[in-house]
Design a protein around this ligand. Structure first.
Ligand code: SF4
Length: 350
């Protein structure tokens, strides 16, 4: 079906054939709690003949979201514990998150901020709150990097983005501005000259971290959008979430990482799924994740290797959880595991 308009409700999902009428009752309940949105680009990518389609699984709501397990929490990575003023999360010394907007062009069913984003979420920062957030950044000279996230900051108009970046331009200690976004993949036409000019308005070094989870998301249009950003001098890195039924397969993950590198997007983080409410059907164990990630070693180029990380619940920050290849075996002696799983002493014993 050629979807031309964004899908934003259960009615829209039924009309577009993405769910059956019989599912409506349960999904109305899901929709009352968590936002729904798919862009036409993502809706068109879904294979209606495949009941396990990995694109649908990411964006089409599921009755399984009504199950909240005891370990799940509204603020899984502890943003609130590190928020000195509205819109700022200052978890690590040299960088802050600036959450200017809590709206996204798509709502991922596994979202770690699902209790904050969406039409009923925290909305867009009011001008006074935004001014207070800039005051905070200005007043903390240790802040080297500002990460615009949310929500998806690239839903803001070029004018509003330009305003935010002009404020950052005047703060000398801020050297890096990073945007976390799904827009180049889910709404590639939006990456146009006006938007790119706005992103560069601060004169700082600009990074764009692209969120995508399945190689099919890297369509020709998405790759062209990435090319426009990179050609404009913006550095791109990736972030993905390891998700059951989407990319928990070494072949799929390898293809995704290669697709990023081909598009000049350096693989950066592969997140273990967070303990967001109603997302247990996406989670795999850390051991399963480590097995998949370690299978990428040797199989694909070093350029394609992401860092497998977990955001420690409670706001304690990120921990690298990829399987370690090194084990101490004695004073100054180690055993190193190669990509085939064979052990080698280090230093070598001749
Ligand atoms: S784009 Fe990011 S913030 Fe928005 S719903 Fe998806 S994971 Fe959540």
């Amino acid at each position: 079906m050629n979807v031309l308009r964004p899908i934003k409700s259960v009615d829209d999902l039924v009309r577009s054939g993405l769910i059956e009428e019989a599912e409506r009752l349960a999904l109305d309940e899901v929709a009352a709690r968590y936002a729904i949105a798919l862009t036409p680009a993502m809706a068109r990518l879904i294979d209606h003949a495949d009941p396990a389609d990995p694109i649908a699984r990411q964006f089409v709501p599921d009755a399984a979201e009504l199950v909240t397990t005891p370990e799940e929490r509204a603020d899984p990575i502890g943003d609130h514990a590190h928020s000195p003023v509205e819109g700022i999360v200052h978890r690590y010394p040299d960088r802050v998150l600036l959450k200017a907007v809590h709206v996204c062009p798509v709502y991922c069913r596994f979202c770690f901020r699902r209790e904050m984003v969406g039409p009923q979420g925290l909305g867009t920062l009011e001008p006074a709150a935004l001014a207070a957030a800039f005051d905070y950044i200005r007043g903390h000279s240790e802040i080297w990097e500002v990460i615009l996230t949310g929500g998806d900051p690239l839903v803001l108009s070029p004018r509003r983005l330009g305003d935010i970046l002009s404020e950052l331009a005047a703060i000398r200690h801020v050297k890096i501005v990073r945007f976390h976004t799904r827009v180049p993949v889910v709404d590639p036409q939006n990456i146009n000259g006006e938007l790119i000019a706005a992103l560069k308005a601060s004169g700082k070094t600009v990074y764009v971290a692209l969120h995508a989870n399945h190689p099919r998301e890297l369509t020709a249009e998405a790759r062209a959008a990435c090319a426009r950003l990179v050609d404009a001098g913006i550095v791109m890195v990736s972030q993905s979430v390891l998700l059951k039924g989407v990319n928990d397969d070494p072949d799929v993950l390898a293809e995704l990482m290669r697709a990023f590198v081909e598009a000049r997007v350096k693989p950066y983080y592969l997140h273990h799924p967070d303990l967001a409410p109603g997302t247990s059907h996406f989670r795999l164990s850390i051991e399963e994740g480590q097995k998949i990630v370690s299978s990428l070693r040797g199989r694909i180029s070093g350029l394609c290797q992401p860092t497998y990380i977990l955001d420690i619940p409670g706001g304690y920050g990120k921990a690298v959880i990829g399987e370690t290849a090194v084990q101490a075996t004695g004073e100054g002696c180690y055993s190193i595991s190669d990509y085939r799983g064979n052990e080698h002493p280090y230093p070598p014993v001749d």
